[in-house]
Design a binder for this molecule. Sequence first.
Ligand code: SF4
Length: 224
Amino acid sequence: MPRETAQARAARLEKIIAGFEKTYPEAHCELTHADPLQLLVATILSAQCTDKRVNVVTKELFKKYRTAADYADAPLAELEQAVKTTGFFRNKAKNIKACCRTLIERHAGEVPHTMDELHALAGVGRKTANVVLGNAFGINVGVVVDTHVARLSQRLGLTQQKTPERIELELMALVPQKQWTMFSHWLIWHGRRRCAARKPDCGGCEIKRLCPRLGVKQEPTRGG
Ligand code: SF4
């Protein structure tokens, strides 16, 4: 792609955002939750696991464990069993218990509202904290960068960075802050529905005229 000026990129991004707003007006976090604690637990469980699987697991989990104390006091083996099918279950169960213990000891059993306090909890990295702040509290402190957000922002030519931390910084500089949470939902929704890792549907893509398709292999021609 020919080198794009910052001004041209900002104008293109504005059109991409308008395209996403039109295509996915209902975009939202696809982890089922009814309160901040449920979202925190679901997000911890979502590491290396699909939202769909997490939602199957939390359907039963949230009936049994309703407060931070319920998780903190649960026998570890019981919690491990309850989250087993999300993968890495030993670590996840240990982190959820430790995280909820800290919620009780330092935050009266409530989920805190700041990046620093969230980040200090067991099993909570910047991405999880961003998910909780943006979706449970409506606070835009950063941009959630998961595998879809990373892939799409590269294909769309919004960043050449490779690590989630650096991609996040670039997106924060480009995207208006009030849209940080929605922007990652749009990229995640588009990644799941149109711009798959292996076989993106560029022909049917709603924003194809705005995308340089960086790193996307061309479909082989007939016989080639
Ligand atoms: S044109 Fe292709 S690569 Fe670009 S966003 Fe659409 S599906 Fe993804």
